[in-house]
Design a protein around this ligand. Structure first.
Ligand code: SF4
Length: 169
């Protein structure tokens, strides 16, 4: 059982990654991207606290769910409960998409002094990284907001030591 501070939950989302997804919007973000669509998620004292057991149980009640999405806020501000939750979801055959305002390279650096960051990276199948940049906003991008944001195959990237990206179909 772990506690997670969230801004909200969308139990059946089709806009936060491929397939039907149990989307968790974490509370707390320090990136302050101009043009952010969710400024109410920035305050680290805002939102509400949930038990990750309850989130997992709710997801498992819905047979249509392909996987979990962690968005925000920035999920990498709460890597400990999210890595645990992602591991349980993987064990149940679900995949994990994680959004972050940090770049992949920044997360690797952060993981040097915060091991849970690597735990969450290892439990992430697809990482959509980098801040939202208003000047690079592109409404045609699938599941992301601006051209600088990459869709990263984390497993291949960690294995190869290079950033492996792809496009959602
Ligand atoms: S990382 Fe996301 S939630 Fe945070 S300020 Fe940027 S767009 Fe907003």
């Amino acid at each position: 059982m772990s506690q997670l501070r969230v801004a909200g939950i969308v139990p059946e989302s089709v806009v936060d990654g491929p397939g039907f997804r149990y989307a968790i919007f974490t509370q707390g973000c320090r990136h302050n991207c101009p043009g952010c669509q969710n400024p109410q998620t920035h305050d680290f004292e805002g939102g509400y606290v949930v038990d990750t057991d309850d989130l997992f149980a709710e997801m498992m009640e819905d047979p249509l769910i392909k996987g979990m999405t962690f968005s925000g806020g920035d999920p990498f501000e709460q890597p400990v409960p999210l890595a645990e939750l992602a591991a349980r979801a993987h064990a149940a055959g679900k995949d994990i998409v994680t959004y972050t305002g940090y770049t992949y390279e920044q997360l690797l650096a952060k993981a040097q002094h915060e091991p849970a960051v690597m735990d969450l990276l290892r439990e992430t199948d697809v990482l959509i990284d980098g801040p939202f940049i208003l000047a690079q906003r592109n409404l045609e991008l699938k599941f992301r907001g601006s051209d600088n944001q990459r869709v990263i195959d984390v497993r291949q990237s960690l294995a190869s030591g290079e950033v492996v990206t792809f496009e959602f179909e």
